[in-house]
Design a protein around this ligand. Structure first.
Ligand code: GLV
Ligand code: MN
Ligand code: MN
Length: 417
């Protein structure tokens, strides 16, 4: 009996999920619709069933566990996060919110019986944008915040389209809009902070204010490949030399901009990629974030003007393609933040308001219903890395705050939130 209880604790479920998708290069890789992803969603469904929840899977592969309320007409109170990871990611990003959500509903069912309002926990199929050039395939479809026009033809690094990947995992590609929900009253997500603010400030719980906006681009540079020994330096059209200048400029400009603006080049593809051939083509990724959309806009405009001038000097061409433009989220719900602060105080947990530079499913829900987000500390602020770590006591505290808020919303509140 004890073993079963441990397995259904948030920490127990996290340990089980961490074993699915172990990457030979370290950490965890679970990409949308790949075998590890399928295995993880099946494990989540089983955990939900063991927790006594009614399981359903929607048109894109989001897995729901439901604890039906006595007021069947009232829209649901939903918690959860995403099951996918970045390449060689950590064991907490996304998985924590799912495991803690299942543990919370199991505990509430055990201790308090049937809620007044229906409670649901969801394991979203995709949030990271790691496999295809799109992100929020789970919550974007559920909230209807993203239309994903043309997205089914997007291809991954192997040239497999989203349409093919969906069909391969047993889903009907054209049916993705069927996952839309209009009966959600509130969404609450527990997540690791992924930064070092809580640790530095020595606070146990972060109550999220808002989520920063972000843009992601491909930058394509076309030059001319040629012989590394015979082509004089002034006559070269070296795409990689141009890219290197742009990347150095980006770092300097972002540092000068300050005020929380971040710019990242995380992926670089060099073609033909041969030591004795001048690089003719380069594609690199660009990720820009800030809390204010206008600042992102101005930074991108200046960057692309600078790139055009640099390209001319290097006798190459440059083109930017934006594949993700996510505005900053609306502020999280003031009433829910107030409740979270009171729960922390009553529980003796130190807390603080905090912004999020990382994108989250909660950011999309904040546009459609009352939404709150709870952060717990990440050791050394490290995330999107095999080194990601959150202490068991922090997991427990976060799960406790989540459970208490869900209790208030689903069992106590007379009015419909
Ligand atoms: C998601 O983790 C992101 O990159 O914001
Ligand atoms: Mn996440
Ligand atoms: Mn992430």
């Amino acid at each position: 009996m004890k073993a079963r209880g441990d397995r259904l604790s948030a920490a127990g479920m996290l340990t089980e999920l961490a074993a699915i998708g172990e990457d030979p290069q370290g950490g965890i890789t679970r990409f949308l619709y790949d075998p590890a992803w399928r295995q993880a969603q099946q494990a989540v469904a089983r955990m939900m069933r063991e927790a006594g929840l009614a399981v359903s899977i929607d048109a894109v592969g989001n897995v729901y566990g439901k604890l039906e309320g006595t007021d069947r007409e009232a829209p649901s109170i939903v918690t959860g996060s995403h099951i996918d990871t970045v390449k060689c990611g950590g064991r907490y990003d996304g998985a924590l919110g799912i495991a803690a959500g299942i543990a919370a509903l199991a505990k509430l069912k055990r201790s308090s019986g049937q809620p007044r309002r229906t409670l649901e926990v969801v394991s979203f199929c995709e949030e990271e944008g790691s496999r295809f050039p799109l992100a929020y395939w789970g919550s974007g479809n559920v909230t209807g915040c993203k239309l994903f026009d043309g997205s089914l033809d997007a291809v991954d690094a192997q040239g497999i389209s989203l349409r093919e990947a969906m069909a391969g995992a047993g889903y009907k590609p054209a049916a993705h809009r069927a996952s839309r929900r209009t009966n959600i009253a509130a969404f609450v997500e527990l997540h690791i902070e992924q930064g070092e603010v809580l640790e530095r400030e020595q606070r146990q719980i972060g109550i999220v204010d808002a989520i920063y906006g972000q843009r992601r681009y491909f930058v394509d540079i076309a030059g001319r490949s040629g012989h590394a020994g015979t082509t004089p330096m002034p006559l070269r059209a070296d795409a990689l030399a141009a890219a290197a200048n742009m990347i150095v400029w980006l770092r300097k400009a972002a540092l000068e901009a300050g005020d929380g603006l971040v710019a990242t080049v995380g992926k670089l593809e060099v073609s033909p990629g041969i030591p004795n051939v001048i690089p003719g083509n380069v594609r690199y990724s660009l990720d820009i974030r800030h809390r204010d959309e206008a600042v992102i806009e101005a930074f991108c405009a200046e960057a692309f003007q600078t790139f055009a001038a640099m390209a001319e000097k290097h006798r190459v061409t440059v083109q930017q393609t934006c594949w993700l433009s996510e505005p900053p989220s609306p502020p999280m719900d003031a009433g829910l933040k107030e409740r979270l602060a009171r729960i922390c105080e009553a529980s003796g947990y130190s807390h603080m308001p905090i912004g999020s530079g990382a994108g989250h499913d909660a950011g999309l829900f904040a546009r459609t219903c009352r939404t709150a987000m709870i952060f717990v500390p990440s050791r050394d602020g490290i995330s999107h890395s095999p080194l990601e770590y959150t202490a068991p006591e922090d997991i427990e505290r976060g799960a406790d705050v989540l459970t208490k808020l869900l209790y208030q919303l689903a069992y106590e509140l007379a009015e419909r939130v």
